[in-house]
Design a protein around this ligand. Structure first.
Ligand code: F3S
Length: 392
């Protein structure tokens, strides 16, 4: 491949992987079971990113299962989300380039809910930070936090350099997080992830004192927030995650304690004042269970402000067939597939966003300049129906 025998795109990909391998001291390349490619929205890629993808698509072909992160629009109906034609045309060119390379346009940050579910011990090259953290921690698969180009390079070669979280000794916890706070739902797990991520950076935490009755939705909220606020690509949770049992005993010397008042402070820090004019849940993309909760919360009600529920298209299709989306759409809320409130071009379009996602709160402020109301899923739906009051 490096000599160009399999084409120019495979050659460039191998150059990228070898350069990374040298930087990080990898001893060899590993075959990957799957790839998740981020950097799909034209809002993030711009013309330079589009040109790079089109060049790679000239002769590049995926040799491993490769799926895509969300794009900047709902592929089936960009106009419903107010996405203009010029942006939609550029975004479609991005998706066409990926399709030419044989990358599956799942357009979701929850590939594990849409046909790309790794098993324990498999080596991956994933680039979506929330999915990376979930795959390493909850599924026990092994992936570094790839960038868009290195994930694409892995897709076109089927290889990734062996370093970092591919190695057992790099996956051990380095800090114990003793959770004394009561965690009531997904938004609490998101607040916990924001708090721990901000304080510990990219250390690998071992959570004790929470679980074992934690749901996959709560774990995906935690993974997304940890990865956003701290750059962490893995955590352990005693009694929950598969590698926590192999964690050193006694646990790491450094300990962080999280009590109710710490969590309350973190929740307050994630929230601004202001009347909500945009509500968005499904960051990471909503599961079937979360869609059921949204449907229950909106039953017989009308939303008064723009309200987007993000999910993977296959999940939406199953939910629709089960009748779950009838009440959601009857309320005026939009079920938005293939995209999200962060990667869609929304800067300046709204002033205050209500969300149940700590990750979305971060990017809502930093990328789009919105004020944020951080609340539970049910409170967000109530705010959508009554932006001044918002009682579930
Ligand atoms: Fe997914 Fe967008 Fe959140 S890509 S994790 S819904 S910021």
């Amino acid at each position: 491949m490096l000599a160009g025998a399999q084409g120019r795109a495979a050659q460039r990909s191998m150059e990228i992987l070898l350069a990374l391998g040298k930087i990080y001291g990898a001893d060899r390349l590993l075959p990957v079971a799957s790839v998740q490619i981020a950097g799909v929205s034209y809002d993030n890629l711009g013309e330079a990113g589009l040109a790079f993808l089109q060049e790679m698509a000239t002769d590049g072909r995926a040799v491993a299962l490769a799926t895509l992160n969300p794009a900047g629009l709902d592929v089936d109906d960009p106009a419903a989300l107010g996405i203009d034609d010029a942006f939609a045309a550029r975004q479609r060119q991005v998706l066409e380039a990926f399709a030419r390379m044989g990358v599956v346009d799942t357009c979701t940050c929850t590939p594990y809910l849409a046909g790309n579910l790794p098993r324990f011990g498999e080596h991956l090259a994933w680039a979506e930070s929330s999915a990376v953290c979930l795959a390493n921690s909850v599924l026990g698969a092994r992936t570094n936090r790839e960038g868009g180009p290195s994930a694409l390079a892995a897709a076109l070669t089927g290889r990734t350099p062996r370093y970092g979280l591919h190695l057992a000794d790099q996956r051990r916890p380095t800090v114990t997080v003793q959770v004394g706070a009561r965690l009531a739902g997904c938004s609490d797990y998101g607040a916990l992830g924001a708090l721990v991520g901000s304080q510990l950076g990219n250390a690998i935490p071992l959570f004790t004192g929470c679980g074992p009755d934690v749901s996959l939705d709560q774990l995906k909220s935690l993974a997304a927030a940890l990865a956003t606020y701290g750059g962490t690509a893995m955590f352990h949770m005693r009694g929950v995650t598969p590698e926590a049992a192999a964690a050193p005993d006694p646990p790491p010397a450094r300990t962080l304690t999280v009590q109710d008042h710490d969590l309350a402070q973190q929740r307050a820090a994630l929230s601004d004042e202001g009347e909500v004019d945009f509500v968005s849940v499904g960051c990471p993309h909503a599961s079937l269970h979360e869609l059921r909760r949204v449907a229950a919360a909106l039953r017989g009600r009308r939303v008064q402000v723009e309200t987007w529920i993000h999910t993977a298209r296959p999940v939406a299709q199953v939910a629709r067939r089960a009748g779950l989306l009838r009440e959601v759409e009857a309320s005026g809320a939009r079920v938005a597939c293939d995209t999200c409130m962060v990667v869609a071009p929304l800067k300046g379009r709204f002033t205050t966003l209500a969300t149940n996602s700590a990750k979305c709160a971060y990017y809502g402020r930093s990328k789009n300049g919105f004020g944020v109301r951080f609340a539970t899923l049910e409170q967000c739906m109530a705010l959508a129906c009554d932006p001044r009051g918002g009682q579930p």
